[in-house]
Design a protein around this ligand. Structure first.
Ligand code: GLA
Ligand code: ZN
Length: 698
C-alpha cells in the first residue's frame, strides 16, 4: 500500500525544553550525524505552553519548531495533555484522577487526568486547537501525537455520574441492568440509578482486578476505555478542524489491559506504539505484540513510536542492551509492519525519574558512546534502504483472536485458578506459529465470517467470553471449510460475564463437539500428563498426532507432554480424541485434545495449556495438514515477509539471539541482501552473527 509518510522516520522523543538553546543546536548536529531525521516534541509541555487558564505562550515551541524546520527534520507534534499543569490542579482539583482506593490525587505524576472531567476535556481541546491552528502546515509535520500513553482508570464522583448515564443508555431500565449484572447475588440489586458506584476497592471490588458483580466490573472497564477514547477523539477533532490531512495518532502499549485497542484502532489514522520488552520477554512475545498492534490498525503499517536506545529505567532490573540488540529489535518491528523506528529519547535527562533511561545522546554528551555509534550505524542502514521497505504488507494465513473482553473476564474470575494471564495464554498458541515462521494476523473476536474465511486457520486462545454473533460467525467459517482452534476456558461467559447455562463451552459446544463438565486447577508446578492417542486417528492430510509426536520427541510412546494450570475434563459429543490425559485414574484416558468435523471444516479443542513441545505438536500437525508453509531456517531465526504492491517481497531474516547461528535459507539461494548487497550462496547456508539481520529481495 502507499506509505503513510514520505520518508522513513528515524528519531523519537526530544525534550529540548530541559536544556539551553546552545544544547539544542548541538543536539541537532549530533542527531544528524546519527542519520536521525525526525523529532517527537512537545509531549509534556502543558505547563510552559499555558501558564494559566487564560494565557498561552508558544515562544519556546516556536523556536524549537523553527530549528527543526531549518534543519529539514520531520516533526511528530504532541499535544502535551498527558500531564496536568500545577495551576490546573490548583484551580480545579476535581480534574485529577481518583484511584481505586478512593484517593483523589494531588498535583504530580502524569497520565493523571480524570477522563470524564468536563474541565479537562474543555482545556485539552482548547490546547489542541491552538496548537493545530498555529502549527498546521509546518514543513515536515509528519503526524500529530495526542496526549501520551492513555490508560489510567479513574474512580471519581464525576466518573461515577458519567458511568450511570452510560449504563442508562446501554440498558434503558434498571430491570435490564439488574438482569445483566445478576445483581441479586448477595442482594446487590440496584434500586436507584444513584446506587451505582464504580467497582472501587472499598466497595464491590475485590483487589484491583476483580469484583463481586463482574458485570459491573466489565461494564466499568468498557466505560473507562471508551471515556479515554473520547478524550482522544476530542483532541483529534480539534486538530482536524485546522489540519485536514496530517495523520493523527496516540502511542499505544501492546497488550496493555485497560484499553480495548481494537475499538481505539478504528479512531486512529495510524497506529503507533511503544515497545519496551523486559530482560525476560521472549522475542516471540514481542513479535506477537507487533502483530497485535498491526491488527489493531487494520493490518496496515504502523509506527514504532518509542523504544529505548539502550536500557529502560523503570523495570526492577534494567539490563544494558547488548551490541546489536537495539538494531535487532528495530528490524524486528519493521519486519512485522513498522514504517518508522523511533526512540525515547534523543538526549538523556540529568534530572527526573527517567535520568537512567537510555538515550541516543547519553550523559557523556558525545558521539563516542557505544549507544550513539550503534544508533548512527542503524540510521545509516535505514537511510539507505528504509524508503524502499515502506508500505509492505504481510499476508497471513493464520489468525489469532485477541479479545479484550476475554482478557478482562479471564483475569477477573474468582476461581477456578489465579494462574492464567490472558496475554501469556495467547502467546502460548502464537509461539508455535512464530517458531515455524508462519505469519499471523491478530484479529478481534467479533470478526465476521467473510473476513474469517480469508484465513486457513483461526485460533481463539482462552476465549472465555463469547460476544454476540461470534459463535455463529465461527461456526459458519468452519462449515465453509475453515479450521478453528480453541480450548480451555472457552465459551464460559456471555458478554455480561454470566455463565452460559447448559454446560461449557456454552455457545461453542455444538461446534466443538465436546462438553466440558469440570475444570480442574493445577497448583503451581503441578502438571498432568497428556499423550496422543495410540490408535492412529487420521487428521488432516493423513497425518496423525501419534506419529507426529514420534517425530517430535523421538519416541512413539512413553513421556507425555505436560498440561499446566487448568485441565478440562470433558465428554465427547461428536468430536474425536487426539490426545488423552494420563496420570491418576481420575484423569487417565479421558480426552484432552479433540477434533470435530463440521461441514467442510474442523474444530479443535485443546483442553489444557500444554508445554511448548505439546503445543507445538498439536498445532504443528494441524498447520502441516493444512499445508501452511513453515520455514525453520535455524534455531531462533525469525523470517517475515512484507509484500509490495508491485509484487516484490522483502524477506526479513533475523537472528533473535545473542549468539551466532548458521541458518539454512535454501529457498532463497541467490537472493540479494539489501543491507550488504551480498547474495545468499547457492546452498542457501548463511552465517548470522549474534542478533544478525538480512533483508532479502525476493
Ligand atoms: C513511555 C512514555 C515515555 C517515557 C518512556 C520511558 O513509553 O511514553 O514518555 O516515559 O515510557 O520508557
Ligand atoms: Zn474521574
Amino acid at each position: 500500500m502507499t506509505p503513510i509518510f514520505d520518508r522513513f522516520l528515524y528519531g523519537g522523543d526530544w525534550n529540548p525544553e530541559q536544556w539551553d538553546e546552545q544544547t539544542w543546536r548541538r543536539d541537532i548536529e549530533m542527531l544528524k550525524d546519527a542519520h536521525i531525521n525526525e523529532a517527537t516534541i512537545n509531549v509534556f509541555s502543558w505547563a510552559s505552553l499555558q501558564p494559566d487558564e487564560e494565557t498561552y505562550d508558544f515562544t519556546t515551541l516556536d523556536r524549537i519548531v523553527k530549528l527543526l524546520v531549518d534543519n529539514g527534520m520531520s516533526i511528530v507534534l504532541a499535544t502535551s495533555t498527558g500531564a496536568l499543569p500545577a495551576w490546573l490542579v490548583r484551580t480545579h482539583p476535581e480534574v485529577i484522577k481518583t484511584d481505586i482506593d478512593g484517593r483523589r490525587h494531588v498535583f504530580g505524576g502524569r497520565h493523571n487526568a480524570c477522563p470524564n472531567s468536563p474541565v479537562f476535556r474543555r482545556l485539552a481541546r482548547a490546547l489542541a486547537s491552538k496548537l493545530a491552528e498555529r502549527y498546521a502546515g509546518t514543513p515536515g509535520l509528519a503526524a500529530w501525537h495526542v496526549s501520551n500513553e492513555y490508560g489510567e482508570m479513574c474512580y471519581c464522583a464525576q466518573c461515577a455520574q458519567s458511568f450511570r448515564e452510560w449504563l442508562r443508555s446501554k440498558y434503558g431500565t434498571l430491570e435490564a441492568l439488574n438482569r445483566a449484572w445478576y445483581s441479586n447475588f448477595w442482594g446487590h440489586t440496584i434500586l436507584d440509578w444513584a446506587d451505582i458506584v464504580p467497582p472501587v476497592d472499598y466497595g464491590d471490588g475485590i483487589g484491583t482486578d476483580k469484583a463481586v458483580i463482574s458485570g459491573l466490573y466489565m461494564d466499568y472497564r468498557r466505560f473507562q476505555s471508551q471515556s479515554m477514547l473520547a478524550c482522544y477523539t476530542n483532541e483529534r477533532d480539534a486538530i482536524r478542524a485546522f489540519d485536514v490531512d496530517t495523520p493523527i495518532t496516540t502511542n499505544l502499549m501492546g497488550t496493555f489491559k485497560n484499553l480495548d485497542y481494537f475499538e481505539w484502532g478504528r479512531e486512529l489514522d495510524v497506529v503507533s506504539w511503544d515497545n519496551y520488552p523486559g530482560m525476560d520477554t521472549p522475542p516471540s512475545f514481542t513479535a506477537m505484540v507487533h502483530d497485535l498492534m498491526r491488527g489493531v490498525g487494520g493490518n496496515k503499517p504502523f509506527m514504532l513510536m518509542e523504544q529505548t536506545p539502550n536500557q529502560q529505567n523503570w523495570f526492577p532490573f534494567c539490563k544494558v542492551k547488548r551490541p546489536g540488540e537495539v538494531r535487532k529489535l528495530s528490524w524486528q518491528a519493521v519486519a512485522h509492519g513498522a514504517d518508522t523506528v523511533q526512540f525515547f529519547q534523543m538526549r538523556q535527562s540529568i534530572g527526573g525519574c527517567e535520568r537512567f533511561h537510555g538515550a541516543v545522546i547519553g550523559h557523556d554528551g558525545t558521539e563516542d558512546s557505544r549507544t550513539f555509534r550503534e544508533i548512527a550505524a542503524l540510521g545509516d542502514e535505514l537511510d539507505r534502504v528504509g524508503a524502499d521497505l515502506m508500505g509492505g504488507e504481510i499476508d497471513a494465513q493464520v489468525a489469532i483472536m485477541f479479545d479484550w473482553s476475554s482478557y478482562w473476564s479471564l483475569e477477573g474470575c474468582v476461581g477456578p485458578t489465579q494462574g492464567l494471564r490472558y496475554p501469556d495464554e495467547v502467546h502460548r498458541f502464537y509461539r508455535v506459529f512464530h517458531e515455524r515462521n508462519i505469519a499471523v494476523d491478530m484479529i478481534p473476536s467479533t470478526t465476521d465470517a467473510a473476513t474469517l474465511a480469508r484465513y486457513r486457520m483461526v485460533v481463539a486462545p482462552a476465549l472465555i467470553q463469547v460476544l454476540p454473533g461470534v459463535a455463529d460467525a465461527v461456526t459458519e467459517y468452519v462449515r465453509g471449510g475453515g479450521t478453528f482452534v480453541t480450548g480451555y476456558m472457552a465459551g464460559i461467559h456471555n458478554e455480561h460475564d454470566l455463565v452460559v447455562p447448559g454446560g461449557y463451552p456454552g455457545e461453542l459446544r455444538r461446534l466443538m463437539g465436546v462438553w466440558v463438565e469440570e475444570i480442574d486447577a493445577l497448583a503451581p508446578g503441578e502438571t498432568v500428563p497428556v499423550m496422543p492417542v495410540a490408535a492412529p486417528q487420521v487428521v488432516d492430510g493423513g497425518r496423525d498426532l501419534a506419529r507426529h509426536y514420534g517425530t517430535v520427541t523421538g519416541e512413539q510412546d512413553g513421556t507425555a507432554w505436560s498440561g499446566v494450570i487448568v485441565a478440562s475434563l470433558m465428554h465427547l459429543e461428536g468430536a474425536r480424541p487426539l490426545a488423552v490425559y494420563g496420570g491418576d485414574a481420575f484423569y487417565a484416558g479421558s480426552p484432552a485434545v479433540t477434533v470435530n468435523e463440521v461441514g467442510d471444516g474442523r474444530a479443535y479443542y485443546v483442553g489444557a495449556p500444554l508445554d511448548e513441545v505439546g503445543m507445538g505438536a498439536v498445532l504443528g500437525v494441524v498447520a502441516d495438514g493444512l499445508g501452511l508453509e513453515s520455514t525453520v531456517a535455524g534455531d531462533g531465526v525469525e523470517i517475515m515477509r512484507r509484500r509490495h504492491e508491485d509484487g516484490s517481497v522483502d524477506v526479513y531474516v533475523i537472528n533473535l539471539e545473542d549468539r551466532a547461528v548458521r541458518a539454512s535459507l535454501a529457498s532463497y539461494a541467490g537472493a540479494r541482501d539489501r543491507l550488504t548487497g551480498n547474495g545468499v550462496s547457492a546452498g542457501g547456508i548463511v552465517e548470522l552473527p549474534a542478533y544478525g539481520v538480512m533483508i532479502l529481495e525476493s
